[in-house]
Design a binder for this molecule. Structure first.
Ligand code: C2E
Ligand code: CA
Ligand code: CA
Ligand code: CA
Length: 279
């Protein structure tokens, strides 16, 4: 019991150290950020190499803190997860992305889809199915134009329950994509059990292809496997033409990255849609 007590003290001290004053202050601000309208949705194009057009946008959250400027999602998403606020923030993000896609749809971009990142808390602790049905009903968006991006680690937590959960989402008509594919611990033998539509190859593999032969081999293997399983593939983090040529050669037709566009504001995204169409 003594050693356990000692262990606890050490653990407590360690966790205290991570709470720098900055983090605590940010947590307080994060609670109010939604009602203050400090979140903004950005949209990064996913380009079809077959048509040269924007096939979809990934919606990416930004927090404009004012005093501290733009705070990147890598800083505040995990914070919002820990605080539980991610559920509200995530619902806002879904509503925002679907409202915007519906507007683009009405402008005539009727093939365009949008993908929304779904956090673990949202997947496990929210009535995600009900939330999505509500958002689709309010925005009038055809369900098949909404793609949910889920990481492998979320899915592998409890395979049987998650298969049922994903199926209930597919029954609504929305699409399911595994994000950051290859970085988690998903067993390939489980992959076919999930009712998926697509995979997104993680940037860490794409980063240094084709020079890095291991990553090039992994990328090619994911593309070949996805083809066999009837899944579409998006490669993220394309920054140069060498990467693009390699992916094209391996028949990857959906790409996303700084080579094409950074995440854009709503108005920049609309302008990009019109520009692509007339080119
Ligand atoms: P992610 O889902 O893997 O998103 C891709 C990240 O890569 C984005 O960072 C994007 O801006 C960045 N990126 C895109 N192209 C390139 C490129 O060519 N090179 C490099 N170096 N980076 C590129 P961002 O916007 O900072 O988002 C970081 C993470 O925050 C996301 O990773 C996602 O996990 C999370 N996130 C963002 N928005 C949301 C959201 O609405 N809900 C949830 N739950 N998570 C979100
Ligand atoms: Ca994503
Ligand atoms: Ca990703
Ligand atoms: Ca990532």
């Amino acid at each position: 019991a003594k050693s356990m007590g000692k262990g606890r003290v050490v653990f407590f001290e360690k966790s205290m150290q991570t709470h720098t004053p900055g983090t605590l202050a940010l947590e307080t601000d994060l609670r109010r950020a939604l009602e203050r309208g400090e979140f903004h949705m950005f949209y990064q194009p996913i380009v079809s190499l077959e048509t040269g057009e924007i096939a979809a946008f990934e919606s990416l959250l930004r927090w404009d803190h004012g005093r501290h400027g733009m705070i990147p999602p890598d800083r505040f998403i995990s914070m919002a997860e820990d605080m539980g606020t991610i559920v509200e923030v995530g619902q806002w993000a879904l509503e925002q992305a679907c409202t915007q896609l519906s507007a683009w749809h009405q402008m005539g971009f009727d093939q365009l889809s949008v993908s929304v990142n779904v956090s673990a808390q949202q997947f496990y602790h929210q009535d995600l199915n009900g939330v999505i049905r509500g958002v689709l009903a309010r925005t009038g968006l055809p369900p098949e134009l909404l793609k949910l991006e889920l990481t492998e680690s979320i899915l592998m937590e409890n395979v049987a329950a998650n298969v049922a959960m994903l199926q209930s989402l597919r029954d609504i008509g929305v699409q399911i994509m595994i994000d950051d594919f290859g970085t988690g611990y998903s067993s390939l033998s489980y992959l076919h059990r999930f009712p998926l539509n697509s995979l997104k190859i993680d940037r860490s593999f794409v980063k240094d292809i084709p020079e890095n032969q291991e990553n090039a081999a992994i990328t090619a293997a994911i593309l070949a496997m996805a083809d066999q399983l009837g899944l579409s593939v998006v490669a993220e983090g394309i920054e140069n033409e060498a990467q693009l040529l390699y992916l094209w050669d391996k028949h990857c037709h959906l790409v996303q990255g700084y080579l094409f566009n950074q995440p854009l504001t709503r108005d920049q995204a609309t302008a990009a849609l019109y520009k692509r169409e007339t080119v």
